[in-house]
Ligand binder design. Sequence first.
Ligand code: 3MF
Ligand code: MG
Length: 345
Amino acid sequence: MPGTFRFSFGPWNIHEGADPFGPPVRPTLPFADKLALYKKLGFDGIQFHDDDAVPELNDMSSAEIEKAAQAIRRLLDSEGLLAEFVAPRLWEDPRTIDGGYTSNNEAERQYAIDRSLQCIDIAKTLNCDKIVLWLAREGTYIREAKDATRVVDKLVDAVNQMLAHDPDVKILIEPKPNEPMDLAYIPTIGHAIGLSYLTNDPARVGSLVESAHAILAGLDPSDEMAYALAHKKLWSVHLNDQNGLKFDQDKAFGSVDLRRAFMQVWVLDRNGYGNDGEFVGLDVKAMRTQKAEVATQHLANSREIFLALLDVVRGLDQARIDSLIAERNYELLEVEILRALLGRG
Ligand code: 3MF
Ligand code: MG
């Protein structure tokens, strides 16, 4: 039975337009103003970095962190919003220059683990059991710098410590093949799922697939999602789009390849994604050219395209598809899919 979908995004998706070559071009919107936009744009879930919820947490005591997180929880309640996940932002601190969990320096590695445990505490206060690990700096610029076998043990150990910290927490690994590192240790969903089975409680370790990250790995996002779904380990997604093998673009969903977007919706809908409360998450950036007043359109547009593609998916004649598959007439199946996408079905 196809379900209904709830949508989410992270506050970083409303941003100032800075890129590595130029400064911000739009004013910063205060966090509370961003929250007030969620419902208006059609979203119910917030994806947090730990310091989106509790800024400057490195300089705060546990009691101060708890108090700040409670204030955010009240704000969420007053807006009728839910925290979908919290992600430790490990890639900005000087102590994680050479990686967090896979750092060669034990003290710096311990910082990454301690910060992750604090992130779990923040999530708990926000009534949220999902922690996303985008393993940004867990890789190398040169292969000789780290022991690629030992790093797997280090990653597993870090995840085990998180699992032990809170019996309810679920860990979602978000793979990405490169950027900021030359080569990341967990580049695909297969790597993420493989890692989950090395941990002390594989049932609590799953994944988040981001469309652009799969494309950067030369893979089809819908296949990455399908693989995770087959393992019952697709617990969140970052839908977006990506124009070829270049920097991570986070373009609006469907904006580059509508058919590739259609297949993601097909796979999610046909596999009951969302039936256990999973959100349809976005990770999209407005173009740098966009003026401040219209710098949230990319979010509403991505949601609109998802729902439009959902109509196409649900409007297909399954008996017809089955018969074309049985005949092995994939040319006709393909053109009929294209016709449906063009509204000429
Ligand atoms: C990096 C990303 C990040 C992560 C986010 C949550 C900006 O390429 O996609 O989004 O998804 O930090 O871990
Ligand atoms: Mg992402």
